[in-house]
Design a protein around this ligand. Structure first.
Ligand code: ZN
Length: 339
């Protein structure tokens, strides 16, 4: 089967799974079934004082996002219960994706096919960039990656001289990371792991922090397992970004069922610093304006012509400089130190 057909099968499976979680009300509106709903309020501070979030992508979805008036966290209400959230990590659709699509990419060119082509930096370049970034803080030591997927990034860190360990809750990715990548990986959620206190020099959450059910507990646990002066790296998307606010395409991949936590840069910063960390650096990752405009048919889809290619590249670069100045890129990396 071609990748496009595989993707269609995957989207169909995913939609069917999502549909089973909802029921129709008398007004024909769909709501999350009670047995899968958690009504506890803000996942970070527990407050029920909230307002609907203003992002385009949040409006009109059957599980809308709200913004906590107390701490600024953005979360769906109600959200999935912890049991259901964790169960979905190994759902048939995700396992189909990881075994038939994602891994196929890794096996052919050793580069995850999941890489987001809409980013101007390709996945491999981002990996190298992040390895160098970590190296500028710690030259060596023990690293833990929470949600290490296929282990590709950990392997890079191992080659760069670190001792590495991963945690991965998806069984297919876990077994790939262990058997094919020969890495020390534990299968399960971060919450369920028993980890040595003050053992790690670096703890990494790359696109995984927003999947956590309890960010508070996760930050507390991270603080406990880090040595003094240890580093936490969180790579995540910034809900206050220009793109998420203005281009619905930029919110692709943010499914409120699997993403119970969203935040703007300011919210993340506040949250991390409240748990005994000091933010050391924030990186604003590149993104392409031309990709968004192409999807809206404002720009030509093909940029084979060299002059056009150069103009588009210049446009993307200026867009990124502008977003960086505003601190509003879609993807950010926050590095903080345990104090
Ligand atoms: Zn809150």
């Amino acid at each position: 089967m071609k990748t496009n057909n595989l993707m269609q099968t995957y989207f169909k499976m995913m939609k069917e799974e999502d549909d089973l979680l909802f029921e129709k009300t008398h007004g024909a509106m769909e709501i999350l079934k009670k047995e899968f709903s958690d009504f506890c309020g803000c996942p970070y501070c527990g407050s029920l004082n909230k307002q609907q979030h203003s992002s385009q992508f949040c409006i009109g979805k059957r599980l809308p996002y709200f913004e906590c008036r107390e701490c600024g966290l953005v979360y769906p209400y109600p959200r999935l219960t912890m049991e259901k959230l964790h169960e979905r990590i190994n759902s048939p659709s995700k396992n189909f994706f990881y075994s038939r699509i994602y891994r196929r990419g890794i096996l052919t060119n050793h580069e995850p096919i999941s890489q987001n082509r809409s980013l101007s930096m390709k996945a491999a370049e981002i990996f190298d960039y992040e390895v160098n970034l970590l190296k500028s803080f710690k030259k060596n030591g023990q690293i833990l990656e929470v949600g290490c997927a296929d282990g590709y990034f950990l392997k890079k860190l191992e080659k760069a001289g670190f001792m590495v360990k991963g945690i991965e809750p998806n069984e297919i990715l876990y077994s790939y990371a262990c058997k094919s990548m020969m890495l020390d990986v534990a299968c399960g959620t971060f919450e369920a792991q028993r980890l040595k206190p003050e053992f790690f020099d670096i703890v990494i959450f790359r696109d995984t922090f927003y999947h956590l059910f309890d960010p508070r507990r996760a930050l507390e646990k991270t603080h406990q397992i880090l040595k003094d002066g240890g580093i936490i790296l969180i790579k995540t998307f910034n809900i206050g970004s220009f793109s998420i606010q203005n281009f619905p395409e930029a919110s692709q991949g943010i499914n409120p069922l699997d993403v119970p936590i969203n935040g703007s840069l300011a919210t993340y910063k506040r949250m991390i610093e409240a748990w005994g960390f000091k933010v050391m650096r924030i990186c604003f990752l590149k993104e392409n304006l031309t990709n968004y405009l192409r999807r809206k048919d404002i720009l030509q889809a093909s940029d084979e012509m060299i002059p056009l290619k150069l103009i588009y590249a210049a446009l993307d670069y200026c867009f990124w400089l502008y977003l960086r100045a505003l601190k509003k890129t879609r993807n950010i990396i926050i590095i903080a130190k345990k104090i």
